[in-house]
Design a binder for this molecule. Structure first.
Ligand code: B12
Length: 148
């Protein structure tokens, strides 16, 4: 009788401890495991047009901005500048080569997209990429921000 109670308590205890200590993330990759994300920066809007791509491998569970930092360390074409906004995190201002906006009508910005065409509803400090994601920073004309 007592042994049965003992077994039941032991079962719930081990299940609970495993649940609290498990390093698994939502994607099924442990926090210490690495994931690979394909990262493209694309400017088809202003001169000079450019497109650069690389695979970035880093720890699972980190926001995309950490992958952007690593991409910039690996290749200067991926250098960027940003502005920090309270609660929202970093807004990406410039990416890659200096852009000449002459001839571009309207306001433009770097749109944060998951390929092929999902405009992400959060910024680079919030989005946690999954293994195999293809992320595109696309230089576009303003007007496509996901509204609240
Ligand atoms: C206007 C606007 C934009 C404009 C901002 C420029 C402009 N000319 O005003 C543009 C179109 C460029 C834009 C872009 C993006 N935006 Co926007 N934007 C808004 C909007 C509709 C109003 C912001 C505003 O004017 N506030 C009033 C002013 C007085 O306050 P402010 O603090 O100065 O506002 C500034 C910041 O909000 C900043 N900003 C705007 N968007 C974003 C997004 C992020 C992640 C950050 C850090 C800052 C930021 O620009 C504003 C003007 O300077 C809000 C919705 C809302 N209800 O707030 C969404 C909102 C803030 N944006 C959002 C998002 C997701 C984005 C993008 C990431 C979309 C994308 N996938 O590309 C991009 C940013 C990409 C990047 N380069 O980092 C989300 C943020 C959600 C979250 N929790 O992270 C919001 C809340 C919309 C939503 N989904 O509900 N955006």
């Amino acid at each position: 009788m007592y042994f049965k109670y003992y077994l039941t308590i032991l079962f719930y205890f081990t299940t609970c401890v495993r649940c609290l200590t498990s390093p698994e993330t939502k994607t099924g990759k442990g926090k210490n495991e690495e994931i690979t994300v394909r990262y493209t920066i694309r400017n088809n809007l202003a001169k000079p047009n450019f497109e650069f791509e690389q695979n970035v491998t880093s720890k699972a569970g980190q926001p995309f901005i950490r992958f952007m930092e690593q991409a910039a360390d690996d290749d200067k074409n991926f250098q960027f500048s940003s502005t920090y906004f309270a609660k929202l995190g970093y807004f990406i201002e410039k990416l890659g080569k200096e852009i000449n906006r002459e001839g571009v009508l309207g306001l433009s910005y770097w749109q944060f997209v998951r390929a092929p065409s999902t405009v992400l509803p959060v910024g680079v400090s919030t989005y946690i990429p999954e293994d195999g994601d293809h992320i595109i920073m696309d230089y576009v004309l303003e007007g496509n921000c996901v509204q609240n």
